[in-house]
Ligand binder design. Sequence first.
Ligand code: AHR
Length: 315
Amino acid sequence: MKISKILLTALMGIMLFSVAANGATKKIVLGFAQIGAESGWRTAETASVKSAAKAAGITLKFSDAQQKQENQIKAIRSFIAQKVDVIALAPVVESGWDTVLQEAKKAKIPVIIVDRTIKVKDQSLYATFVGSDFPLEGKNAAIEMAKLLNGKGNIVELQGTVGSSAQVDRLKGFADEIAKSPNIKMLASQSGDFTIAKGKEVMESFLKKYGNKINGLYAHNDDMALGAIQAIEEFGLKPGVDIKIVSIDGVRGIFEAMAAGKANVTVECNPLLGPQIMDTAKKLAAGQSVPKWIKSNEGIYRMNTAKKELPKRKY
Ligand code: AHR
């Protein structure tokens, strides 16, 4: 009993601290290159990472790139210069990471890719991806839209940040599935950059052009759907009724809109990745191997259960 207690304490020590060159132990340092604060989802993710780091006793170096890849690259280089133990990167776009990740690899710093995937030639440039299945989210959104429209109608699409895996994969996942409903026609598809303001602006332009010919809206995130709801109401139509709305994320605002009958379905994408990231950082700092994809568990929520679900939402 005593021995197992001692062993457990020693193991916890190894997980929380890395061994410095002089043999002394030091706290794990994690550098996190975050994208920005474009949406409620992103804010929830940042809060989750910060509180999980605190709870895990990990020193967090946090950088907000203000939506710019060049800022993220600078942040990674600064983490390398500071000799952090692990780097976590939520990549704003899919491509253009090879060089900086080679630098991290050369410095022997393991990299965790967070929430959005990347395209690199050499898969050994990152240790793991912690996040959701975006193509599946797009597919599920299309299944829900087809059901809402009984397989017939005109739809518009608000895309996420162009070149991000969240935009590329949610677009393709939806397009492949909706193609199975030949009587559903895509009238227009444009980026709203994952923000409420841009979602509203682009929806206004869709309404100006197509007016009440639009039967459904697919938005790559809830924030753009929330902006679009404002545009639809100002145009004099009823969101959720005249125009069915399916979006992705599961933020509190969309549950409120669904509870008010103004949105129809949200396909959940979990931003509360902090605990999984810290757990993975500890394993990597201890030299352990981790699976190449650490997937999130997610659901699909509809208007009819929104009131009941609302009090349970954590973000
Ligand atoms: O990468 C995840 C996406 O980024 C979320 O769906 C969106 O809200 C966020 O800004």
